[in-house]
Design a protein around this ligand. Structure first.
Ligand SMILES: *Cc1c(COP(=O)(O)O)cnc(C)c1O
Length: 395
């Protein structure tokens, strides 16, 4: 940490300052991460970890990918922020790129997953004139009031009610339940193509197609929350590409800018027309610096064929985990690309600390699923090491 003028805090000092000055909303692991490269991170004591959390499915290219670093460096000395009162020279270029990759027509730039969801909910209401939303059980869409209203977990919602009215939940994977729940005031159905926080839940291959048909017939907007499944995480550019379904609105965030905060709401031209001047806005959205990070990210993904790598390494990792995780508390391994869940038969939250002590960062979703979302640049040797460590955990 040579030449740092930032006055960093490490170890005990970081922990005690956090306790005193930072909202205590996170259950943090007791390490201070100070550096990252590829699929590895190092803590303040110099200990090395293989990172299968990747900033919660964000660092798809690994930490500090040279292409992303170069893009940010080039831009940070030219212009960081302008607001959207003016054009900037990167936002339209990135919008074109995202539209072409996704098959959507227009892009709205925000700064996080939950913000991209808020934009989608507003657009669906404006376009249809209706108020209701249908979401799936075990879904997660974010923590702001609108996104929270359509997030299933009661524990997240209850203390903050009343929320945005009009949300209803149906079992994930059941298209009929959506048909039966729709009414004349339904604005949109919102689904994750693969549920992330819910525990890596992959629907049957016809589910989303069926839902699309039902929505089209009823004139209801179909929103895909690809905040986690987008940008190659599942081994294709977007989760929807596994199912051959094009939504009316799509939200993408997490991996989009190599770790730099960005969220986008994309929509068909027909939908996008419903938002006129002043209908929605963001001071920071699509800043030159964020756009540079995203463009660098996409360039690296294309140059290094990282989407294909996510598919290949995902398959390899699933196989290795299946081979190594023979403990009696393991039920099965599932996943798409490098979005992998090890389904346990009981609560696995206590596995996170011992894995960390053996040099592997993992995360547990929905209490009973070890979620593996490592960087796409993870090597076979690193995967082997992860599978060995996880296979030796006891509960
Ligand atoms: C993480 C996540 C969000 C929320 O994103 P934030 O950037 O944390 O606001 C929304 N939807 C899904 C599917 C997510 O995984």
């Amino acid at each position: 940490m040579k030449n740092s003028v930032l006055g960093r805090a490490f170890g005990e000092e970081a922990v005690s300052k956090d306790a005193k000055y930072v909202f205590q909303t996170y259950g943090r692991q007791p390490i201070v991460i100070t550096r990252g490269q590829g699929a590895l991170v190092w803590d303040a004591d110099g200990r090395e970890y293989i990172d299968c959390v990747a900033g919660i499915a964000v660092n798809n290219l690994g930490h500090c990918h040279p292409r992303v670093v170069a893009a940010i460096k080039e831009q940070v000395e030219r212009l960081i922020h302008t607001s959207n009162l003016y054009y900037n020279d990167l936002q339209p270029v990135l919008a074109e790129k995202l539209a072409k990759l996704s098959g959507m027509d227009k892009v709205f730039f925000a700064n996080s997953g939950t913000e991209s969801i808020e934009a989608a909910l507003k657009l669906a209401r404006k376009e249809t004139g209706n108020k209701g939303f249908i979401a799936a059980e075990h879904c997660f869409h974010g923590r702001t009031m609108g996104a929270l209203s359509i997030t299933h977990k009661e524990k997240y919602r209850k203390p903050f009610e009343p929320l945005v009215p009009g949300a209803r939940f149906v079992p994930y994977g059941d298209a009929e339940a959506i048909r039966n729940t729709m009414d004349a005031d339904t604005a949109a159905v919102i689904l994750e193509p693969v549920q992330g926080e819910g525990g890596v839940n992959i629907p049957d291959k016809d589910y989303l197609k069926e839902v699309k048909k039902i929505c089209d017939k009823a004139g209801v907007v179909l929103i895909f929350d690809e905040v986690q499944t987008g940008m190659g995480r599942t081994g294709k550019w977007f989760g929807k590409d596994h199912f051959g379904v094009q939504p009316d609105i799509m939200c993408v965030a997490k991996g989009i800018a190599g770790g730099f905060p960005m969220g986008v709401m994309m929509a068909t031209d027909e939908m996008a027309k419903a938002f006129g001047k002043g209908d929605h806005a963001s001071t920071f959205g699509g800043s030159p610096l964020a756009c540079a990070a995203a463009l660098g990210t996409i360039q690296a993904m294309e140059e290094e064929k990282l989407v294909e790598r996510s598919a290949e390494m995902g398959e390899y990792m699933r196989k290795q985990l299946e081979k190594c995780c023979k403990q009696d508390f393991v039920d099965h391994v599932r996943g798409l690309g490098l979005m992998i869940g090890v389904q346990l038969k009981k609560d696995g939250n206590s596995l996170v600390a011992p894995a960390r002590e053996k040099g592997v960062l993992i995360n547990v979703a929905s209490d009973t699923v070890i979620r593996m979302v490592p960087p796409f640049v993870i090597t076979k040797e690193q995967v082997d090491r992860v599978a060995k460590v996880v296979g030796e955990l006891t509960l």
